[in-house]
Ligand binder design. Structure first.
Ligand SMILES: Cc1cc2nc3c(=O)[nH]c(=O)nc-3n(C[C@H](O)[C@H](O)[C@H](O)COP(=O)(O)OP(=O)(O)OC[C@H]3O[C@@H](n4cnc5c(N)ncnc54)[C@H](O)[C@@H]3O)c2cc1C
Length: 444
């Protein structure tokens, strides 16, 4: 265990904290000791994953716990279809495992996570705890794939929960925003390893909006990036293929040009130019939209889902009902154009299937996720204020890990099973040992 204290900030640099202590336990017993000792001293405790939330979800003035030393796969239990054939496995993973490490570990076992976001630096527990999702009308977010978990609660005890053991704690802790305790391991339902054929091509927003649901259902995992102040979008469609499909990954040179240079270095230069001369942003966005030409490749699922993101930004993302999404995007486009606010960052549009996870943005409804971004050197306030008012008017729900201004009073009427979540929390953590500035805002 380490005990040195250093200030903490999240990836985006918009959340700072000064913990009183930092801990990196290596066993569940040590996690329990850290929690018990903090409770005795009257300190608060917060577990941090990779610090990739844009909200202050992981901040604390007390003990900051990292599970970076509690990683890897613990055990695997094959699952069977109704005919008795093996159709995947329930894999128990230590909570601090980063998603980019989990993908190759699972592949070597002939397995894969069912779906992933567009980025994989997050820890498994951190990603699940805020409702991280990818895209796909038939694909649910990460919390829906959790079938069991182990939690160290405020009195230091270790609780294993699942749909049949402490089911209410399980339901709440699948998307617990760090408020119920420290998750030490999670069991996730995995599928046989699969490849993805990726197709990327330029298109237009006006064409996509003519039949947005049709677009959403046009591939297993469809999404697009819209370049504000233009009609240009880049479409990404990923199709699932068997794991033994011959792979045709992006060539190294092409990868360097497209993913590394265009997505990161050249894009950063473009964002800096927009920061210096905001009026140039529409022209720069047209340039950026043309820079990425059509391409296709086939690779292991986890390599296709996620790509590196080195240009820092701030992000707000809401899940709006799928049927309302075209109108929301039209309104967003017109409002941005009228307002004069500019952003060099594309708006990301994704989809997800309804789930039954408490507090989930997709609880019992198919959704379209719309994410607005702002370069970290540019002011996001007005853009996010305008976007949020449009999202709210459509009945949208905010991503727990991305910027929003909602409070407990608002969320109690917007989020399904909010009251059930709060009563589990009241029971597990009456003294708010796992509270922080974020839970003080979003929970009663
Ligand atoms: C570049 C980038 C790309 C992203 N892409 C996507 C995307 O494609 N889809 C999407 O939905 N989101 C995306 N996000 C958001 C991100 O997935 C979430 O914010 C996620 O929570 C970050 O995981 P983390 O490990 O960094 O968690 P942190 O931000 O460190 O923590 C998040 C929450 O989880 C809690 N937590 C962490 N570990 C534990 C634990 N062991 N036990 C209990 N609670 C714990 C923390 O206390 C905190 O409340 C992206 C963010 C960035 C910066």
């Amino acid at each position: 265990m380490t005990t040195s204290v250093a200030p903490w900030q999240n990836w985006a640099g918009n959340v700072l904290a000064t913990p009183s202590e930092r801990r990196a336990p290596t066993t569940v017993a040590e996690v329990s000791d850290v929690v018990t000792a903090a409770a005795e001293r009257g300190d608060r405790v917060k577990c941090v994953g990779a610090g990739h939330s844009f909200t202050p979800a992981a901040t604390t003035d007390g003990v900051l716990v990292s599970l970076d030393d509690l990683t890897g796969i613990e055990s695997i239990v094959p699952t069977r279809d109704p005919a008795g054939r093996v159709d995947g496995a329930d894999v128990t993973v230590w909570a601090g495992t980063r998603l980019h490490r989990l993908g190759p570990l699972l592949w070597d076992l002939g397995l894969a996570q069912q779906n992933l976001g567009d980025f994989a630096e997050q820890s498994l527990a951190g990603a699940v705890s805020t409702g991280t999702h990818g895209t796909g009308c038939g694909a649910q977010g990460l919390p829906a794939t959790v079938v069991g978990l182990q939690l160290v609660t405020a009195d230091g005890s270790v609780l294993s929960c699942s749909p049949t053991s402490h089911p209410e704690v399980f339901e709440a802790a699948r998307l617990g925003i760090g408020a119920l305790g420290i998750i030490t391991k999670m069991t996730i339902r995995c599928v046989p390893a699969f490849a993805l054929r990726a197709e990327e091509r330029p298109w237009t927003l006006s064409a996509a909006l003519q039949d947005l649901e049709g677009f959403a259902r046009s591939a297993d995992h469809a999404e697009f990036f819209w370049f504000p102040h233009t009609d240009a979008i880049t479409v990404k469609r990923n199709t699932r293929l068997p794991g033994d499909t011959e792979l045709r990954p992006v060539g190294r040179v092409r990868e360097l040009v497209s993913d590394e240079f265009l997505s990161n270095e050249a894009f950063d230069a473009l964002c800096r130019a927009a920061t210096r001369r905001p009026a140039l942003t529409p022209r720069l966005n047209r340039l950026a939209s043309r820079a990425l030409s059509a391409r296709g490749f086939t690779d292991r699922s986890y390599r296709v889902f996620a790509s590196p993101r080195r240009v820092r930004f701030r992000e707000m993302e809401y899940a709006v009902p799928l049927g309302a999404a075209s109108a929301v995007l039209r309104d967003l486009r017109d409002t941005i154009d009228r307002s004069g606010v500019v952003t060099p960052f594309p708006v990301e549009v994704r989809f997800a299937a309804a789930d039954d996870v408490w507090m989930s943005t997709a609880h019992h409804r198919d959704v379209c996720y719309i994410a607005v971004h702002q370069y970290h050197r540019m002011d996001h306030t007005e853009l996010f204020r305008l976007a949020e008012s449009i999202f709210l008017a459509s009945g949208g729900r905010p991503h727990w890990g991305k910027m929003h201004t909602r409070t407990a009073a608002d969320l109690s009427t917007m989020v399904e099973r909010f009251d059930d979540f709060v009563s589990v929390r009241d029971r597990l953590d009456p003294d708010r040992l796992f509270g922080n500035e974020y839970t003080e805002r979003v929970l009663p």
